[in-house]
Design a protein around this ligand. Structure first.
Ligand SMILES: [Zn+2]
Length: 318
């Protein structure tokens, strides 16, 4: 029998913490499970990220409803991954907003990604039969989209900082409060998933752009909310993980080693600093496989399917 995916045996619920970051600005973190957020407009709410199923999304909405009963006008999706988008129907949003590449990725590989992520991380898929189908963004943009929040609340600025965790990541920025929702472009004390990533762009110009925004509070894709100096710390940690991963895989690749050698080298170099952080063992085989492809000149990430997941996992983590 082959070894199960690391996250498929991780079944204990995480503690969920709702933080009010400023008047009408909320983040729900969950000990390394995907974070979500919300921003109040004058007479509506903008929700950030949708969770894996409508049932899981409703648990978040129940917490949010202790603070505001305004309707969700916009649901913003930071990127295309199933655990971030398939709960969308629970929000009853007027508009679902994403980068144009995110919509294209959902059309191209949304169903494969759904099957892949359900197999990898079943705990996040509370009552998967509640998912009505793929999530289709209704408003897309390429560079920047501003949502005026009304009254004295200022703007919420959605911005694409370049390719990174996927081809179409966006961040949500509140310039008045200097709060940034960074999606999976930045993780705070959680390991990175880079199976659909563009490592070179991400660790270079994309993170440079995220850093130049000048956030004082940062909600990453996973892990605790970063405040003050910890914002730069989270960005630096994300960049460090990517840099070490690419260096280690690159050295083996150049020397004519195997993918398994590359995995062993990356694991050895990263495990001391990141090994205890959530999803490290789970993500690393997929991260190494994509880094290997990128270094081999494969421009766009190969589609992950339930079968390919199994193949790579058995080859590297068995
Ligand atoms: Zn993701």
């Amino acid at each position: 029998m082959s070894k199960p995916f690391a996250s498929s045996t991780d079944l204990a619920d995480k503690t969920q913490t709702l933080e009010v970051l400023a008047d009408g600005v909320y983040a729900l973190t969950a000990e390394g499970d995907p974070n979500v957020g919300a921003v109040e407009g004058e007479d509506f709410v903008v929700a950030f990220e949708a969770r894996a199923t409508p049932v899981a999304a409703r648990e978040w909405l129940d917490r949010l409803r202790e603070h505001t009963d305004k309707p969700v006008r916009y649901l913003v999706l930071s990127h295309c991954h199933a655990v971030r988008v398939l709960g969308a129907s629970a929000f009853g949003a007027e508009q679902i907003v994403a980068h144009e590449a995110t919509r294209a990725l959902i059309a191209e590989r949304g169903k494969a990604d759904w099957d892949s992520e359900l197999g990898r991380m079943p705990r996040l898929f509370k009552e998967p039969e509640s998912i009505p189908g793929l999530t289709w963004p209704t408003v897309t943009f390429s560079d920047r989209l501003t949502i005026p929040l009304g009254g004295e609340r200022g703007d919420l600025v959605l911005q694409h900082c370049g390719r990174g965790h996927t081809e179409g990541d966006i961040v949500a920025w509140l310039p008045g409060q200097r709060i940034l929702f960074a999606g999976d472009l930045v993780e705070t004390q959680a390991a990175l998933y880079t199976g659909d990533a563009y490592h070179l762009d991400w660790m270079g110009p994309t993170l440079d752009r995220v850093a130049s925004i000048g956030a004082e509070v940062l909600v990453g894709g996973r892990g605790a909310v970063a405040h003050g100096a910890d914002v730069a710390g989270a960005i630096d940690q994300t960049r460090h993980f990517l840099t070490v991963l690419l260096e280690e895989v690159g050295a083996v690749h150049r020397d004519g080693g195997s993918l398994k050698d590359a995995f062993s080298a990356a694991h050895a170099a990263l495990v001391e600093q990141y090994g205890r952080w959530p999803i490290f063992e789970h993500c690393l085989p997929f991260d190494v496989a994509r880094a290997w492809d990128e270094l081999s000149g494969v421009e766009r990430p190969v589609i992950w399917t339930a079968d390919r997941d199994r193949l790579v996992w058995d080859q590297l983590q068995a």
